[in-house]
Write a protein that binds this ligand. Structure first.
Ligand SMILES: [Zn+2]
Ligand SMILES: [Zn+2]
Length: 137
């Protein structure tokens, strides 16, 4: 029954989107699969991946390629910047930007018509930063 199958697909997609939008951790497909499985015990990783790809193409979520790390997914489709921890790979939204750094949006450079830009921030997250707060020895 194609109709019933379609309903199931829609339900699966809704759960996957819902789980992704609950977190701000920019999970990988494997992590989204783990989260979605709590509500859809039978859902396969392939199904989760296909739905994430589809939601990305529809502009409902975005796929993040944060250099060096696995592909991650973001439930927030709006353009924003991320910072990635070089120690554990954790990725967070960057809420404060260094002043003036991103003000310039070039239209042309070196004969290229510029369509956009990517800027990658890397750092050390609070959990990995043992240098920051050293408990008294
Ligand atoms: Zn870290
Ligand atoms: Zn984000």
């Amino acid at each position: 029954m194609p109709h019933r199958k379609q309903q199931r697909n829609t339900k699966q997609r809704k759960v996957i989107l819902d789980e992704l939008q609950k977190v701000s951790s920019h999970p990988t497909a494997v992590q989204v699969h783990e989260m979605a499985r709590r509500r859809l015990p039978k859902v396969s990783l392939g199904t989760v991946y296909r739905n994430l790809e589809l939601l990305d193409r529809q502009g409902i979520i975005q796929k993040l390629d944060l250099g060096g790390a696995e592909i991650r997914f973001d439930g927030n489709p709006d353009h924003h910047y991320h910072v990635r921890c070089v120690r554990c790979g954790r990725a967070d939204d960057l809420h404060e930007l260094p002043e003036n750094l991103l003000r310039v949006e070039p239209k042309e450079a070196c004969g290229y018509r510029i369509l956009g830009h990517r800027l990658e921030f890397v750092g050390i997250c609070p959990d990995c930063d043992y240098e920051k707060e050293c408990p008294p020895c």
